[in-house]
Design a protein around this ligand. Structure first.
Ligand code: SAH
Ligand code: MG
Length: 213
């Protein structure tokens, strides 16, 4: 938790309900321990989509399709989402959820490893939502930049690792050390790459928003 728990509860208490289908899928996902974007990130994405109006969206990390369906409700009418997932157990659930939400025509699910599939894509995408394996973001970065349209926006979720990011490498549990150093490297690159302007926001589990220059 990087933001005080009472603050989060208060902010959540202000939220309006999502569409019926999103409420249902969120409930199912939480009950089966499928990770999905948190309330504050949902709200942030909605506003960002309404401001940016991205027509072509790429999502890395579908899980069961919650965030893709949420984005599809806030993108322009002619918008399209391509979303990537490699975990076989989640793919059929995501497909079924897209069907339930009536979104099969505007969401394309690609099955397989994100890095391999990104290399095959040509884009360009007006918005890329990065929400897969945190230790891989640094490897996805060159492809993400290549795939972004001229004024494209890259949103990277979970970049502050429950606050671990500010701890020294040695204070972090051994099994998390590789991810820790890779995420630090990723944030450094996002902030120092001359092709991007990036803001790192301590919202949810930390989100980085980058605009291609
Ligand atoms: N965006 C979703 C949550 C995604 S959770 C939502 O908010 O609804 C992260 C997902 O990334 C997991 O389902 C995991 O299986 C997937 N993932 C992790 N590494 C991946 C990879 N290398 N290629 C494709 N998907 C990957
Ligand atoms: Mg996430």
């Amino acid at each position: 938790m990087i933001v005080d728990e009472r603050m989060i509860s208060y902010l959540h208490s202000l939220e309006r309900k999502n569409s019926e289908i999103l409420e249902k899928i969120e409930e199912e996902a939480l009950a089966s321990y499928v990770p999905i974007i948190r309330k504050e990130m949902q709200s942030f994405l909605k506003v960002l989509l309404l401001i940016k109006k991205p027509v072509r969206i790429l999502e890395v990390g579908t899980a069961v399709g919650f965030s893709a369906i949420l984005m599809s409700e806030y993108m322009p009418e002619n918008g399209h989402i391509t979303t990537i997932e490699k975990y076989e157990k989640r793919i059929p659930i995501a497909r079924e959820n897209f069907r339930r939400a009536g979104k099969e025509n505007c969401i394309t699910l690609m099955e397989g490893d994100a890095l391999e599939l990104m290399k095959e894509l040509s884009g360009p995408y007006d918005l890329i939502f990065m929400d897969a394996a945190k230790g891989q973001y640094i490897n996805y970065m060159p492809e993400a930049i290549r795939l972004l349209s001229e004024e494209g926006v890259l949103v990277s979720d979970n970049v502050l690792q429950d606050g671990d990011i500010i701890e020294s490498r040695f204070a972090v549990e051994r099994r998390n050390r590789t991810i820790h150093s890779r995420m630090r490297e990723y944030l450094y690159e996002l902030k120092h790459d001359e092709r991007l302007e990036t803001a790192i926001i301590p919202l949810g589990d930390g989100v980085a928003v980058s605009r291609k220059l």
